[in-house]
Design a protein around this ligand. Structure first.
Ligand SMILES: [Zn+2]
Ligand SMILES: [Zn+2]
Length: 283
C-alpha cells in the first residue's frame, strides 16, 4: 500500500524551487509539481492527480506551511489539477474556472488506467473510479496578473493552445519560466478537447520573444531545460503546424473527445462541434 510519504518524491532544483513527483504514477502523464518559496507566500505550481495527500506531504517536508500557500494550476487537465481540492487557496485562468468548479472531467481530460498506478493506494482502488474533484477557485487569473511571493514575482501569461486556459508563469528576475504543458521535452499535445492549433502557434510566437531572457524552464512534464532549448522547441512546433498537422490534430481531437465522453459521461459539454472539437476555431 503506497502511503503519501512514499507516493511523493521531492528534490530541490534551484534556490527556493522544489520538484515533487508522484512516484507510483507510471505514465508520460506524470506531471511535475513545483513548489516555489517566497518570503511572504509559497506557491505550488500544479498538484498532480490528487490520489494522495499532497498538501500533508509538503507540510511534513516543511516545504510549505509557515506562510500562506497558493495552489496554481497551469491548466485544468487532471494530471495538474487533481490535487487542487486539498488547498484552501486555489488559482486558475478564468477560461477554466467553470470546469474546475464543476468538476468537469471531460474538460480535465481525465484518463487513467490501473496499470499506471502501481502499487495502488488501497487494495480496492480502481482507476475507473478516479475523478478530478471540484475545487473552489479563490483567485481567477488573467493575462498580465502578478503573483507576489514577497521576494519573488510570477507574471501570468495566457498561452492558449494546449488547453483554452493554459498559462505560463514568468519570474523575470530569476529568468525562470514555469511552462506547464505548453512546452516540455516531448511531443506537444494540441489535439485534446479545447486544444487549438492556431492559438498554440500564436502562444509559441509570444514565448519565442521571451526565450532569450529565460535561463531555466520548469515544465509540466519531464526534465528542466534552457531558454535556448525552449526557443528551438517552439520553432519546431511552429514549423510543423501546417495544413496536414492541423487536419491530423482535428481527427485526433475528434477521437479523443469520443473516448473522453465515453469515460466521463456525466460531463458532456453542449457546445462541441460535430467533429467533437471544442476549440473556437470550429465553432
Ligand atoms: Zn495538459
Ligand atoms: Zn500534463
Amino acid at each position: 500500500m503506497a502511503m503519501a510519504d512514499q507516493w511523493f518524491s521531492a528534490s530541490q532544483v534551484a534556490e527556493g524551487v522544489h520538484l515533487v513527483r508522484e512516484r507510483f504514477y507510471h505514465s508520460g502523464n506524470q506531471a511535475n509539481i513545483w513548489v516555489v518559496q517566497g518570503t511572504e507566500q509559497d506557491v505550488v505550481v500544479d498538484t498532480g492527480l490528487g490520489i494522495q495527500n499532497l498538501r500533508g506531504f509538503l507540510e511534513d517536508q516543511e516545504l510549505i506551511g509557515n506562510k500562506p500557500t497558493l495552489a496554481v494550476a497551469t491548466h485544468v487537465h487532471f494530471d495538474h489539477s487533481g490535487g487542487l481540492y486539498q488547498f484552501p487557496e486555489v488559482a486558475i485562468h478564468k477560461n477554466e474556472v467553470e470546469a474546475l468548479e464543476k468538476g468537469d472531467n471531460f474538460e480535465t481530460v481525465t484518463f487513467l488506467s490501473d496499470s499506471e498506478i502501481v502499487p495502488p493506494p488501497t487494495r480496492k482502488w480502481k482507476a475507473s473510479n478516479y475523478r478530478v474533484r471540484a475545487s473552489k477557485v479563490t483567485r481567477t487569473l488573467e493575462e498580465g496578473d502578478v503573483i507576489d511571493l514577497g521576494d519573488r514575482r510570477l507574471q501570468v501569461l495566457h498561452v492558449p493552445g494546449h488547453s483554452r486556459g493554459s498559462i505560463v508563469l514568468h519570474d523575470q528576475v530569476n529568468r525562470q519560466l514555469f511552462s506547464g504543458d505548453t512546452a516540455y521535452m516531448g511531443s506537444l499535445i494540441d489535439w485534446l478537447p479545447y486544444s487549438c492549433v492556431s492559438d498554440y502557434v500564436q502562444s509559441c510566437r509570444r514565448l519565442q520573444a521571451l526565450a532569450p531572457d529565460i535561463h531555466t524552464v520548469f515544465p509540466g512534464h519531464f526534465e528542466t531545460f534552457s531558454g535556448q532549448r525552449l526557443e528551438s522547441m517552439l520553432t519546431d512546433y511552429i514549423n510543423s503546424a501546417g495544413v496536414l498537422h492541423r487536419a491530423t490534430a482535428g481527427v485526433m481531437g475528434a477521437l479523443s473527445s469520443i473516448v473522453l465522453r465515453g469515460r466521463n459521461t456525466n460531463n458532456i459539454p453542449a457546445k462541441c462541434c460535430f467533429y467533437g472539437c471544442c476549440c473556437h476555431c470550429c465553432l
